[in-house]
Design a binder for this molecule. Structure first.
Ligand code: HEM
Length: 589
């Protein structure tokens, strides 16, 4: 609706700074909008949510009566918070809140916090300012900005370039109603179940195991592992909130496509933490697909359902201390013995390796080079497996591990597919892995942009808002154009994965995907740097308003290096593209 109004504005009001909506254009008051949460389509587990326990309606004079240290209320964005029990724990100190006790402290609050803080401390909220609606429903705890949009053509907070353009009523050939429903469902889930806890989990350097169960109950784990297809045969679709109800589901299982996967990855990445993203799906997204695709029926039925249900976790163990992107030269060996294989060797920088139950490990079963590599599933419970947490600059909660395999006896049944075919299976996986990195990196870049625009719209220097300084707008402009270009290219490639035969994808898409990965991570690096400059000191300290930007800035290398470093991606991208052009497309070079 906002967009329709905007379109009909006269040309003289066409720049944002020129207009503010007349009162009658403010089509619904904030409070009305809060109560207009129309959909309750999914059951989201609530055990750890800090949902609002709103119970009442208050006038400002009622709130004014609660202004002492023992009985202290404040109004923030039309909601009433009883902060009496929180005063001593307030990181900004109790005096500063007491100065605003009993009053509307929205302005002061906004100057020092992200809006997300209130999600986390929702339990302090005791009501709202205003009269109860005559017949309306009670205030809903699960209200988020995402949930109050007027229709599904527009979605999100409408921060310029803060979401992909199809969220802002742009037409797109790629998305239909199930994609629109999915973005809403995943956003509601992420806002309630992940976003408020990201800082805590990152500082604790681990993602809680219950998050796996929750994501499994949503169907998110299955969607991530499915590589654009839903592995319906390995999980109970009826128990996954997104797919429950068949034709009436948020996404009817038979409609699921690569754009649904993309939306899930993109919406999850809004949490602004590579650590949480990788903690949850870094192992599953690359460790399980080779088993689903190439494993024996026995291996699949033993491992896949457990992982998709969130009861077990898995990771991909390829990289070694001396063989990074150089997979063909790895040295971990699996020597055939009477009862199986004896595995010996070291793996390094293994995402989820500190806690994973299964390791889809690349081992040498044959001679030198790529023809001697196999994939085998090593299990944590097997004697001789040792893992230790590595101290990395970023992605703290993802459980990055150094792994020792010492005389580990692994049964023959755990070999994935055929012996000495591992290199092909790994290559098969790389495109999928890289597209996952692209999706996350570009959304993290968007998070930096969104945070910078929000902060720059409230923070003033020399009496002028940051966004009104041309030098800072220039930074935002360069961030936006790169993010939008990367997103459009990503959508184009995803579409090809839906229409091109799989064997041809391996040949034709490898080059462009490698280039796209470099494009996405360089965009991320640029955006994280520029957003940090805009936040200044706040992005140099952990937590607080610059929390997301500070974290993302130190996570950049975790995207630019793994899955193929930028240097290798750029070289491979051109090499492969020239080869395809000359051998397949008829280019005379
Ligand atoms: C429900 C009410 C409030 C909650 C839950 C809350 C929570 C927090 C939290 C978690 C922080 C740590 C930094 C961050 O995560 O953003 C913080 C910092 C701070 N808060 Fe609050 N706060 C509340 C109200 C207020 C009010 C009314 C003021 C008044 C001005 C205030 C002033 C500050 C200041 C000055 C800081 C330190 C900022 C910095 O380190 O740069 N807070 N608050």
């Amino acid at each position: 609706m906002f967009v329709l109004l905007f379109r009909s504005l006269p040309p003289q009001l066409s720049t944002i700074s020129d207009f503010s909506f007349p009162l009658h254009f403010q089509f619904k008051s904030r409070l009305e909008r809060l109560f207009q949460y129309k959909r309750t389509p999914i059951d989201i587990p609530t055990t750890t949510t800090t949902t609002t326990t709103m119970s009442g309606y208050f006038s400002t004079s009622q709130v004014a009566g609660h202004s002492s240290e023992n009985d202290c209320w404040v109004i923030i964005h039309d909601k009433v918070y009883d902060v009496s029990s929180f005063l001593n724990d307030h990181p900004g100190g109790k005096k500063i809140i007491l100065k605003n006790a009993g009053t509307d402290a929205t302005k002061q609050f906004d100057a020092f916090h992200n809006a997300g803080v209130l999600e986390k401390y929702g339990a302090l909220c005791i009501g709202v300012i205003g009269e109860p609606p005559k017949d309306g429903p009670a205030p809903s705890a699960a209200v988020t900005a995402a949930a109050v949009d007027d229709d599904d053509r527009t979605f999100g907070e409408m921060i310029p370039f803060g979401d992909p353009s199809w969220y802002q009523d742009w037409d797109s050939p790629y998305y239909k109603d199930s994609h629109r429903r999915l973005r809403r469902a995943v956003r509601t889930f992420v806002d309630a179940e992940i976003m408020p806890f990201v800082h805590e989990w990152d500082e604790a350097k681990q993602v809680p195991m219950f998050l796996f169960t929750k994501c499994a109950e949503m169907g998110i784990l299955a969607a991530i592992a499915g590589n654009g297809k839903l592995p319906v045969e390995y999980f109970d679709v009826e128990q996954a909130a997104l797919f429950r109800g068949g034709a009436n589901a948020i996404v009817p299982p038979e409609e699921f496509d690569a754009f649904h996967s993309f939306i899930i990855g993109d919406e999850l990445a809004r949490c602004g933490s590579g650590g949480v993203l990788w903690g949850l799906c870094g192992g599953l997204g690359i460790g399980l697909p080779p088993i689903i695709k190439f494993g024996s029926e026995e291996l699949k039925s033993r491992i896949v359902p457990e992982c998709l249900a969130g009861r077990k976790t898995i990771c991909l163990a390829i990289t070694e201390p001396s063989a990074g992107s150089d997979v063909a030269n790895l040295t971990t060996v699996a020597n055939e013995a009477q009862d199986g294989y004896i595995v010996n060797g070291e793996k390094k920088w293994i995402t989820n390796g500190t806690f994973a139950d299964y390791f889809t490990a690349a081992v040498r079963t044959g001679g030198e080079g790529m023809g001697g590599v196999s994939l085998i599933v090593v299990e944590r419970t097997m004697p001789g497996v040792q893992t230790r947490q590595m101290k990395c600059s970023g992605v703290w909660s993802s459980g990055t591990a150094y792994i020792n395999f010492e005389d580990v006896l692994v049964p023959k049944a755990n070999i994935v597919g055929k012996e000495n075919r591992g290199f092909k299976y790994i290559m098969h996986n790389f495109n999928h892995e890289r597209m996952g990195i692209v999706t996350q990196a570009n959304r993290l870049a968007r998070v930096c942009l969104e945070e910078a625009i929000k902060y720059g719209s409230k923070r003033k220097t020399f009496g002028v808002k940051l966004v009104n300084h041309p030098v800072l707008r220039n930074k935002l402009a360069h961030m936006s154009r790169q993010i939008e270009a990367t997103h459009a290219w990503t959508e184009n490639v995803i579409y090809q994965t839906m229409t091109m035969p799989e064997d041809l994808q391996m040949i034709k898409l490898g080059g462009p995907i490698a280039l796209l990965k470099a494009q996405a991570t360089q965009t991320l690096e640029y955006c994280a740097r520029e957003a940090s400059q805009i936040f200044g000191g706040l992005a140099y300290t952990r937590g607080g308003q610059g929390e997301k930007v500070e974290r993302i800035y130190r996570e950049v290398r975790a995207y630019a290096i793994p899955g193929g470093s930028e240097e290798i991606m750029l070289d491979l991208g051109m090499r492969q593209s020239i080869k395809v052009a000359t051998s397949l497309q008829g280019a005379k070079l």
